[in-house]
Design a protein. Structure first.
Length: 118
């Protein structure tokens, strides 16, 4: 849920960018960007608290990727990147250029080390 939804406002594409930002944050860190004990606390956190920078949890996260995620999680919809900007940054991240893919799995998962899905 985006901050504007938590405040009872209408939402649009920027709300989808916020939701994708939450997913990317979780994929990159293994944690939800907003911690809460109840649904009310979660809504409050989404609407008013800044998430911890992902690099505090996973120092190897590229700075540009962290910056993108944090922009996607901006409280004000007009401050979030567009979908085109998200795609551009994701394409510019280091990855498997021969396959034309940017890896999403950023967690150190020793059980899948050396394996790639695709």
């Amino acid at each position: 849920m985006s901050p504007e939804q938590a405040r009872g406002e209408t939402t649009g594409r920027a709300g989808d960018i916020f939701a994708l930002g939450i997913i990317l944050y979780e994929l990159a860190t293994g944690e939800h960007p907003f911690k809460a004990c109840s649904m009310v606390d979660l809504l409050h956190a989404i609407a008013s608290q800044a998430p911890k920078p992902p690099s505090r949890l996973m120092p190897e996260i590229p700075l540009r990727f962290e910056s993108l995620i944090l922009r996607m999680l901006e409280k004000e919809a007009h401050l979030r990147p567009t979908a085109d900007e998200v795609v551009q940054v994701m394409e510019d991240l280091p990855g498997d250029s021969a396959a034309g893919r940017t890896p999403i799995r950023l967690l150190n998962d020793s059980s899948s080390a050396g394996r790639r899905s695709g």
